[in-house]
Design a protein around this ligand. Sequence first.
Ligand code: ZN
Length: 315
Amino acid sequence: MSYDESPPPAQPAAQPPAQPADRPPARRRFGRTGLTLTIALLVPAALAGRLVWQGMSGPEGGGGAGAAVAGSTASPSPGSGDDANGDAAPGGTLAGKVVVIDPGHNPRNFQHTAEINKTVHIGDSSKECDTTGTETNAGYAEAVFTLDVSRRLATLLEERGATVRFTQDDDRPYGPCVDERARIGNKAGADAVVSVHADGSAAGNRGFHVILPAPVTGGGADTRPIVGPSRALGERIVGSFARETGSAPSNYIGGGTGLDVRKDLGGLNLSTVPKVFIECGNMRDAQDAALLTSAKWRQKAARGLAEGISGFLAH
Ligand code: ZN
């Protein structure tokens, strides 16, 4: 009721202005105008990556993969020959596909509590614009984690030729709100959208799960057309994420399936394109936190997501 009655707080003078929602984030190298250049650059990069990889030995995920960690631009995964990219041609099997990556929360949301606490319509109900997210007991923020995994994922998808857009790339002071996050995917005409998160559950609760949209109608929402394809996307990601990370599906949500269905997430309710959330692990569990804070593991997580998305888009 009161969401539109609060006066907008004054922006600190040094704060950069919020960017339009549909503008490619500043970091993205591959905006509309850069696409041609991107493709020109990707071909030799992909060739180089394949040559580098073919020169490496050792099992997938073993010590031999260490060179692929932390910002590598060429780490095709040979352990997934059953997926679309298993023998990806240079130039990419995802050419023409649009993937929107939604890094959950925003590292500066905590400085903008008034804005993010405003409520927005999420179809048949209302919810806060956004939340701060959780953190590990040592203070590693979920919003930092989600950006890191998302950027790694973007690199992998772009190597395969996809056009990638972010809902935010630490390029705005807060948010965007969950309804805007959904609209960014819709406006992009995304073939797939993945919202990246990590959970903040009780210690002892471990593992990852993918959240699927429930059928929701009303208030401008109608998820019925995306329920099926979103499930297909989510099931792909569960399989590939488990395989690439070695993590098990959640032991506290989803009954071991790694899947949950929710009707209370605006980012899903308002989506008109296939979309899922993933909770990559539980930041409040020490064992999961050790994984989530590892750059090597985050690269595996990004690979798991890229494999799942690629498999979905290829079928
Ligand atoms: Zn989250």
